[in-house]
Design a protein around this ligand. Structure first.
Ligand code: FES
Length: 510
């Protein structure tokens, strides 16, 4: 296969990362004791640290790489409680009271972000705007109308409209007013600046390898141990989990282009009912850009991911006057079986270890709500949303989804073990699972012809990884771990790199 990666438009990085400085914070000083250790330096972890520090807690954020460079660095950053179509589903599956709690949690999260931006005078392009789930298909109108009815029943700021700021007609849309958007890294780097001090810390390049519950809990990292009275695991996918969350989380990938238009960029945030297309504007030093995304799929099962970027570009050019593509990036979200995140005590018998995961693509508000819930639980306050978000809830309507997820993982343990090629068939810039007399390898051939061979068995639970041509990474189809071409972990739950194998020494390649 020719190296189409090189032909993809735009810089291969998110607009958020490209327009903010990188951080360089210290690694853990072993032997510390804090009140709360927070694993993960994304929006959930940094917001929780901010709230807990304000309550007088000594916190330490432990980030495996650099803060706000994981999933939060690759979001579309829509600060809204309009989560495509969810309220009609929630009333149906959880009842009106809990559906109301979900709406209330996410609306309150918008207001918390707004007040932090105001109180800390954070320059992060925060603006109030409207969110729409729109359709151009007559067949989706009933779903849209049902969602409007459900949202209004829950006192959410909803309306049915047929006129939107989009430059093309729609059949109908649900509109939420007084929502918001911002630059997530500008916002979170500002929160992060205020965390260190008064017994609080942020440590980067500090991978946590184990958490032992107790009083205190002991957090083990590659740089030593830290003691904490409570631990929050906010590492997107709970790191190294094999049993509690693996059967209940579905990682999902999607793609974004930031494009410059030859026309004014409309205000508002937009998504279609099937999430096939999503849009919003973002001001930059070079003028307003349009973020346009979609093409989602289960993680590690994207097939020709290059074609996904190409289809987004073609759709953008059909619907907008696109001048040029400035940036391209992809992201990964975790869905839950019943569409509500898992936030609260890690297991039914945990006292001091907490988790926040499964934000379902709506991480700006759901993770902010998660930080509020966890702060309340840790300081011993009642929280009105804790029961709904409880990770240990029993929801029998989730059982069919649980079975489906189990079957999908089982299939990948078997089907993906079939080799795709021999070493001779590898083109420069390409990766494949190859079979040789010495065994099967995840093999990548660089532009200069250098071969890197890895064990194809994911270090999480052993599924065979798959090549992702658009991102040049090895992605696991079972629980979404991702690895660089040299085997390094890019994304968990795996915490151990893929093993490199010296195939030259074994005479596999010449
Ligand atoms: Fe679980 Fe790979 S992520 S087996």
């Amino acid at each position: 296969m020719p190296d189409t990666y090189q032909a993809l438009p735009g810089q291969p990085t998110s607009l958020w990362l490209a327009t903010t400085p990188t951080t360089d914070l210290p690694t853990l000083q072993a032997g510390l004791t804090v009140d709360v250790a927070i694993v993960g330096g994304g929006i959930a972890g940094l917001t929780a640290a901010t709230l807990l520090k304000a309550q007088g807690k000594r916190v330490a954020v432990l980030e495996a790489d650099r803060i706000v460079e994981g999933v939060t660095g690759y979001t579309t950053a829509k600060v809204t409680s309009l989560h495509t179509l969810i309220y009609d589903y929630l009333i149906d599956h959880f009842g009106e009271e809990k559906a109301r709690a979900y709406g209330n949690a996410n609306q309150t999260a918008i207001e918390l972000i707004a007040s932090l931006v105001k109180d800390k005078a954070i320059d992060c392009d925060f603006i109030r705007t409207e969110a729409y789930t729109y359709t151009d298909a007559e067949s989706d109108l009933d779903k849209i109308r049902a969602e409007v009815k459900a949202a209004l029943k829950l006192d959410l700021p909803a309306a049915f409209v047929q006129e939107t700021p989009l430059p093309f007609p729609v059949k109908g849309a649900i509109r939420f007013s007084n929502q918001a958007q911002f630059h997530p890294r500008k916002y979170l780097l500002a929160l992060a600046r205020d965390i260190p001090g008064d017994g609080c810390y942020i440590f980067e390049r500090t991978t946590v390898t184990d958490v032992a519950e107790g009083d205190p809990c002991v957090v083990t990292t590659e740089h030593g141990k830290l003691s904490a009275h409570a631990v929050i695991i906010a590492s997107h996918y709970p790191f190294n989990d094999k049993t509690l969350f693996a059967p209940r989380l579905t990682p999902h990938r999607s793609y974004v282009l930031a494009v410059q238009l030859n026309e004014p960029v409309m205000r508002g945030m937009f998504i279609t009912p099937d999430s096939a297309h999503t849009m919003r504007s973002q001001p930059t030093a070079e003028g307003d850009l349009l973020l346009v995304g979609g093409e989602g799929h289960k993680a590690g099962q994207g097939g020709d991911t290059v074609a996904r970027y190409q289809r987004i570009e073609a759709w953008a050019r059909e619907n907008f006057k696109v001048q040029t593509v400035k940036y391209r990036w992809s992201t990964q979200d975790n869905g839950t079986l019943d569409r509500v995140p898992y936030v609260g005590r890690y297991t039914p018998i945990s006292h001091n270890v907490y988790v926040a995961t499964g934000f379902g693509g709506w991480g700006m508000t759901n993770s902010t709500a998660a930080a509020m819930i966890l702060c309340d639980l840790i300081v011993g306050r009642e929280n009105p949303w804790a029961e709904l978000y409880d990770p240990n809830r029993v929801n029998l309507t989730s059982v069919p989804e649980l079975v489906k997820q189990g079957v999908d993982v089982a299939k990948h343990f078997v089907v993906d073990r079939l080799p795709e090629a021999t070493p001779a068939e590898l083109e420069p810039g390409d990766g494949k699972i190859v079979r040789t007399d010495a065994g099967d390898f995840a093999m990548y051939k660089a532009e200069d012809g250098a071969i890197t061979a890895l064990s194809p068995a994911c270090t999480h639970m052993g599924c065979f990884v798959q090549w992702n041509p658009a991102e040049k990474s090895w992605d696991c189809p079972c629980h979404g771990s991702r690895f660089a071409t040299d085997g390094r972990v890019i994304q968990g739950p795996a915490i151990k790199d893929l093993e490199q194998i010296d195939v030259n020494q074994q005479g596999v390649v010449e």
